[in-house]
Design a protein around this ligand. Structure first.
Ligand SMILES: NC(=O)c1ccc[n+]([C@@H]2O[C@H](COP(=O)([O-])OP(=O)(O)OC[C@H]3O[C@@H](n4cnc5c(N)ncnc54)[C@H](O)[C@@H]3O)[C@@H](O)[C@H]2O)c1
Length: 337
């Protein structure tokens, strides 16, 4: 088995989680960590048993010891750091969102394709087996003609979310608040399930808990599809008590509901209960995050294109950006472009 010598770039909240998985996963060699913060890089390398640490991203781009990069840095850096990795021929698993701007996302996906460099985006809920089953049920017509799709993100964040990572609060660096950063996970699942890009959007955003922060802590969006299906998203990081995100798909023959809370089975009603094809593209692994990393590794090592290739992360960005445009301008029916 070929192990992937991996560099973790950005040892913040999620970077440390992934470094922890890599340390114990036999499919990977924890090769290098990179963080602008020298103490984080040095301590991270020691704690997670990585061989090298750097403060300069260029060091992994030019290193013969690094096969692939996991990128977990602030959103506004994704575009330039992805482009550099592609030009250096280094495969990347980038954290969501792929970029903030749609033209940047398209540029990344096209350049990666032209260069033949695997670039994937870590929407790890795609690797939750229940979410995967919901997608396959809906795609195979189990719900019939789709009527309504509802996404709910009842999450809670403390002030430390912004004070520990100041970029989270900045419109320029984060590109948005709960809709882009948190709801995009479940909206991504919804779009994969309906397998159709909405044509227009309506959005509204506000702040309940963090009125002094630039980005919204609460957002709502409605998206209309040409088929007539309506998609709604309600997302907050100001809930008094956090619960897992959920997704409900209702069609004229059946319905299916996914709740991310541990131990919550899919709720399936009506014709949606029919058999669906077995899972594809979901490797083994104890956690969705680990399965996402393994799918990326299988792509790099075995040429098995993963289900989270860069281009597949663009529809959700279009949907989010159209909702933001509507929320900003007070306009209804913003076309997705
Ligand atoms: N998939 C998930 O469930 C999930 C969860 C949390 C965050 N994220 C995503 O992960 C990314 C990082 O978010 P976070 O909350 O971990 O951020 P964070 O602020 O906790 O960590 C970011 C780290 O990047 C480092 N950094 C900044 N610029 C750098 C550079 N040029 N080179 C090297 N290191 C640099 C910072 O020093 C910091 O340690 C974002 O895209 C975010 O949306 C994904």
């Amino acid at each position: 088995m070929r192990k992937l010598r991996t560099a973790v770039v950005g040892l913040g909240d999620i970077g440390r989680n992934v470094a922890g998985f890599l340390r114990f996963d036999p499919h990977f060699i924890p090769q290098a960590v990179v963080d602008l913060d020298e103490t984080r890089a040095r301590e991270g390398a020691r704690r997670f048993r990585f061989r090298e640490w750097f403060t300069d991203y260029e060091r992994v781009l030019t290193s013969d010891n690094v096969d692939a990069i996991y990128l977990a840095v602030p959103h506004h850096l994704h575009h330039s750091m992805l482009m550099k990795a592609i030009d250096a021929g280094k495969p990347v698993l980038c954290e969501k969102p792929i970029t903030i701007r749609i033209d940047h996302a398209e540029e990344v996906a096209e350049r990666a394709e032209q260069a033949g460099v695997p670039v994937a985006v870590n929407y790890q809920y795609r690797f939750d087996r229940r979410a995967d089953r919901l997608i396959r049920i809906v795609r195979s017509g189990g719900c019939g003609k789709l009527i309504s799709v509802r996404c709910l993100v009842p999450w809670s964040r403390e002030p430390s979310y912004f004070s520990h990572s100041a970029w989270h609060a900045s419109m320029q660096a984060a590109g948005g608040g709960t809709l882009l950063t948190q709801a995009s996970h479940v909206l991504d699942l919804a779009l994969l399930a309906i397998n159709e890009e909405p044509v227009e959007a309506w959005g509204w955003s506000t702040s309940h808990r963090f009125p002094d922060v630039e980005v919204e802590d609460t957002a709502f969006g409605s998206l209309r599809c040409a088929s007539g299906a309506m998609l709604q998203v309600a997302s907050t990081m100001a809930a008094g008590v956090e619960r897992g995100l959920s997704l409900e798909v209702v069609g004229d023959r059946g319905s299916v509901t996914y709740r991310a809370d541990a131990g919550s089975p899919l709720s399936i009603r009506g014709g949606a209960n029919a058999r669906v094809k077995p899972p594809s593209g979901i490797p083994r692994g104890i956690h969705a995050l680990q399965r996402s990393m393994r799918a990326f590794r299988n792509w790099v090592v075995g040429g098995e294109r993963s289900i989270h290739a860069a281009a597949t992360a663009i529809p959700v960005l279009r949907a989010v950006q159209a909702c933001y445009t509507s929320a900003r301008n007070g306009s209804v029916g913003v076309p997705l472009n």
